[in-house]
Design a protein around this ligand. Structure first.
Ligand SMILES: Nc1ncnc2c1ncn2[C@@H]1O[C@H](COP(=O)(O)OP(=O)(O)O[C@H]2O[C@H](CO)[C@@H](O)[C@H](O)[C@H]2O)[C@@H](O)[C@H]1O
Length: 480
């Protein structure tokens, strides 16, 4: 069996701040039927340590960036885990990246250099009887892992670097380089990024293969408009850069069995969604009517185009729509949404914070899932939307472009439409997309077809898992 070591800073269901956790949590189960065994290396944050059942100490490090660490093997949430129990780095409140009072943890470079370092050490035989064939690093927090492999004791170990979001790069001062324990030549060859240390840059420069989470985003990030200063490097690595679409765990996300819903349903029983819609109206303080209810589940940031939504919102209300937003993030955007809710009582509601159960109720009760992102590597909420008959209304970028078929005349005629796309990430185009969506919603026969088609589209991991398997295989030189 081929052994994959997946290295990541979050994993569902143990610790999640966004889509990264969903993907890292779902991949092992998707790859296992293909003969790939995945172990996931994660930091021992409090919730991870709390969720671990019985563990085995498999190694011990005297000094891991400022303190001792125990390496534990265990199981939780259906996953095979290797956990770094290093209290000086991870035993604290707050989320994986940010302190409770806000602001990144000042020692994030040590916390995630440690994650990457342990990943590489596992590839060098740190644990008796365990030798991964592939080290698969996710996002900047694991970005140094391929570099530690390249300059370490087992440089033949194949490495994959996956970009879930190029906006987060892990850029630190040059002064930390000495503490990383890399040889001097690594600086100029792979690590230096605008005069400092670039964690993601290091991974992109040193991994044997680079992937991102949709084909369109893989093309976009090779251009200055989307490349976030890394387009030159990504262009140089174009031959090794692959866009593999995310899937979703269709057992975990199934409106027929989801306990978070007030009423379960399937494609043939869509009328039951009404009960969820009523419950949702209650949660968001919205008026009770049959008009279109637009849902948003998102980090509230510039990336996600929430400012565009604010600009388009009066028009939605004027056309008889209602909007419920679940999210947290930028305080100004939260405030803008709160003000809109006050301005439009019963028409706009916001719930701030992170609430997995409510996010599922939005999918199961709202008519549309609005995703007006400026850039979107893949996006998962539109995939959950498809699965739950919550019709996605999305901007045509990245993975949103790759997963939703716009209900234009041709697509409606051909019977293939699954949602609504609008062309540009600006408020005018969003308003037009929402107007179009609400007009379609007013034609129940057409709308129901769009919902059913979305629910039947393949959003599972099957196809993409095979692509990862093929990539691993080609890296191991096992191609027939
Ligand atoms: N307030 C809230 N309460 C409950 N749940 C909430 C929530 N806010 C967001 N979520 C959930 O968090 C996840 C967000 O995932 P996305 O993929 O849509 O975006 P994200 O930018 O986090 O991920 C990045 O990585 C993923 C994975 O590769 C890419 O799909 C994506 O494009 C990229 O930006 C979804 O599961 C969503 O339901």
């Amino acid at each position: 069996m081929t052994e994959i070591l997946s290295v990541a800073s979050e994993v569902y269901p143990l610790v999640k701040t966004g889509g990264l956790a969903d993907v890292v949590g779902a991949l092992p189960g998707a790859l296992s039927p293909l003969g790939l065994s995945v172990r996931t290396l994660v930091p021992g944050y409090r919730p991870v340590m709390g969720a671990l059942g019985r563990t085995r100490e498999v190694a011990r490090l005297e000094d891991l960036f400022g303190g001792p660490a125990r390496i534990l093997a265990g199981h939780a949430g259906g996953l095979d885990l290797i956990v770094i129990d290093a209290p000086h780095l991870y035993d604290r409140p707050g989320n994986p990246y940010v302190a409770p009072e806000g602001g990144d943890w000042p020692d994030n470079w040590q916390r995630f250099a440690a994650l990457s370092r342990v990943g590489a050490l596992l590839g060098e035989g740190l644990v008796d009887g365990y030798q991964p064939d592939i080290l698969h690093a996710h996002d900047w927090q694991a970005g140094l892992a391929p570099a530690f492999v390249k300059y370490g004791a087992n440089p033949r170990l194949r490495t994959v670097m996956t970009v879930h979001n190029l906006a987060f790069q892990g850029h630190f001062g040059a002064d930390i380089f000495g503490a990383l324990g890399l040889p001097g030549e690594a600086w100029a060859e792979s690590i230096e990024y605008f005069g400092g240390v670039g964690f993601l840059k290091a991974g992109l420069a040193t991994a044997h293969a680079v992937t991102t989470v949709s084909p369109t985003y893989a093309a976009e990030i090779r251009t200055p408009a989307f490349g976030m200063s890394l387009d030159g490097l990504l262009q140089a690595r174009a031959r090794d850069l692959h866009g593999i679409l995310n899937g979703i765990d269709t057992d975990e996300w199934d409106p027929a069995t989801d306990p978070a819903l007030v009423r379960s349903y399937g494609p043939a029983t869509l009328h039951r969604r009404r009960t969820n819609k009523r419950a949702l109206e209650e949660r968001f303080g919205l008026a009770n009517d049959e008009g279109p209810l637009l849902g948003v589940v998102s980090r509230l940031t510039w990336q996600k185009g929430i400012d565009l939504l604010l600009a388009a919102l009066d028009g939605v209300v004027a056309q008889g729509g209602r909007l419920g937003v679940l999210g947290s993030g930028d305080p100004e955007l939260e405030e803008g949404l709160r003000a809109a809710a006050v301005r439009h009582p019963g028409r706009v509601g916001i719930v701030t914070g992170y609430d997995e159960t409510l996010s599922r109720l939005v999918q199961g009760g709202a008519d549309m899932m609005v995703v007006p992102s400026r850039f979107e590597p893949c996006g998962l909420t539109q995939l959950y939307g498809l699965r739950y008959g919550c019709v996605p209304v999305v901007s045509r970028v990245g993975g949103l472009a790759d997963t939703i078929i716009d209900a234009n005349e041709a697509a409606l005629d051909a019977g293939v439409a699954t949602g609504i796309q609008f062309a540009h990430s600006d408020a005018g185009a969003l308003s037009e997309g929402l107007r179009r969506a609400m007009a379609l919603h007013a034609e129940p026969a057409v709308w129901t077809k769009i919902q059913r088609r979305g629910m039947k589209s393949d959003v599972s991991w099957a196809r993409s898992a095979q692509k990862y398997a093929d990539l691993y295989k080609s890296l191991l030189g096992q191609d027939q």
